[in-house]
Design a protein around this ligand. Sequence first.
Ligand SMILES: [Zn+2]
Length: 487
Amino acid sequence: MVDYELIVGLEVHVQLNTQTKLFCGCSTLFGQDPNTATCPVCLGHPGALPVLNEEAIRLAVVTGLALNGSIPPVTRWDRKNYFYPDLPKGYQISQLDHPVVGGGYLDLPAAEGQEPRRIRLTRAHLEEDAGKSLHDETSGTGDSRIDLNRAGTPLLEIVSEPDLRSAAEAKQYLSELKLLLEHLQVSDCNMEQGSLRVDANVNLHVMVDGERVATPIVEIKNLNSFRAVERALEYESQRQLAAFLADGKRIGQVPKQTRGWDDAAQITRVQREKEESADYRYFPDPDLVPIQLAADWVESLRARMSHRPAEIRQRLAGDLGLSDYDAGVLVAMGPACIAYFEQAIAAGGDAKRVSNWLQQDITRSASELGVTLDQFPVPPAVLGELVARIGAGEFTTAQGKDLFQHLLSQGGSVGEAAEAIGIEAVDESALDELCQQLIAAHPQVVDDIRGGKAQAVGAMIGAARKIDRNADPGKVRARLLELIQST
Ligand SMILES: [Zn+2]
């Protein structure tokens, strides 16, 4: 039995939600025909000059603030030089010494019975993406083609300190980071389309004769799903441990490596010896001036901090009285869900009831219709009104469900739906009048109920049926208890 600890730091490359590329006006829309979203700037033609996309800076600063980082007054561009067929300029515009965000941290919500974990961040910097090589493995010719539509797309690389201690914790960090980026609406985080890519730096601290010995750090590339990150870290910790033990518990024999994750084989493979930054011959980009970020402009972006998942969970659980569980589920459903929820509440819906509708009927219907919540056919204000009127006893729960189905297929207002399917809202004034009459006639029963014997209300239900034989016993009971216990 060998005692060891897994040490992981992650580099997350996030495609920012801009309409156009980082230094030119080409569209960043996914799925265009190959090499149609290109121009002399992103193709690296001689003499073409880059022009900075201000929106990319704004999204990077919003993210940095949300990650508790510092935003320096000046940020600068550097050229990272390397050769690769999908990099037409021969260099990538990136940031070496003066990144747009310094430091920061991300708190991971505490799991049941655990302490919350704070993962420190090193930095976040902006860079442009490269193109994409397409290897044709079907024709048998072994052709490779290059699509440069992606070249020049703005990426924010968020680098963590080596603070993660397990594959599960790395996955939790990524989930929380993804949720943050989605709620801030700085990225769509679509991993299948490559909007969020992960590299992991991994090694082990092994206890040898009472001392911690660190194995060489391996960088794993090409992690395109959370599952791949988890599996690659599990695989790599076992591989490094076996290599360390096979080598007689010595270090220094294994060079630093870059390994790629092979998702089909579920293993990592050596790609190359890991480069140091000196290998890239970084130097300041002579075509781009340093950017000065005005302090009041940076401060104005702090308003978006209320969109952080932690703040939303707190608002939902603290101010609106949802359980921590419900608040967590709604936040995990994304920003469109929170917007829907808040608008339905504003229209009078009770928070807990709206939360139940969202988690059940609305989620199911949206999935059946194949729409997202911002396209959902029943607008949040209409649902809020429906929920409020069910809560007030105007409609039974079953009638509410019928009305919802009608609204879903036909649209319109709650009133129109009720009329169309022949449901009449209960006249609350008649119910109130009946209950007041009963309370006046049964002072002893009222005293018993106030004394804690709620079941005594049964005596008045019988009396109610004598006054109005159509009275709904359930509603009379509920309204009586409400009136007696509220006075
Ligand atoms: Zn372009």
